[in-house]
Design a protein around this ligand. Sequence first.
Ligand SMILES: CC(C)(COP(=O)(O)OP(=O)(O)OC[C@H]1O[C@@H](n2cnc3c(N)ncnc32)[C@H](O)[C@@H]1OP(=O)(O)O)[C@@H](O)C(=O)NCCC(=O)NCCS
Length: 148
Amino acid sequence: MERVLIRNMKSDDIGQIIEIEKKCFSLPWSRESFEGELKNEHAYYECAEENKNIVGYMGMWKILDECHITNVAVLPEYRNRGIASMLIDKMIGVCKCSEIKNMTLEVRESNTTAINLYKKFGFFSVGKRPNYYQLPLEDAIIMWKNIY
Ligand SMILES: CC(C)(COP(=O)(O)OP(=O)(O)OC[C@H]1O[C@@H](n2cnc3c(N)ncnc32)[C@H](O)[C@@H]1OP(=O)(O)O)[C@@H](O)C(=O)NCCC(=O)NCCS
């Protein structure tokens, strides 16, 4: 396995990030969404790079003492190699170094892969948001993690 570098996302990366979005989600975020996120003072985005190619990314919003994870995605051919785990580990480290006390996220009820991933890092289910997702319509599981 080549070395995977976890680093901050830059505007030059957005082209590759959009390609990851298209391969990973039924409703991919647009270029404008990512441009907005990179200008948002509350947002923090990082990407995983291998051989100068971006193979995954993750984002969060930090608001007061809470972190809301916006997205995590890894290209299909790079999955099950611990890349999402590296991204989450880095985000948790960033939260621990700031005033963040809790992390939260929503995940599709059927997405057991992602739910297992988050549980591995100490996230637990606290409820549901009915019909939160489109294409297909589905409930979201709300997950939380306390930062100590
Ligand atoms: C979810 C996703 C980001 C995981 O990326 P990844 O790099 O393959 O994840 P990792 O290799 O770090 O796996 C970490 C954990 O996830 C879980 N996991 C990974 N693949 C799994 C699978 N096929 N089935 C069940 N659990 C799985 C396991 O708990 C695994 O831990 P382990 O290796 O110690 O068993 C990736 O599958 C993806 O991009 N999916 C599409 C986008 C998406 O659903 N994002 C989440 C939105 S909330």
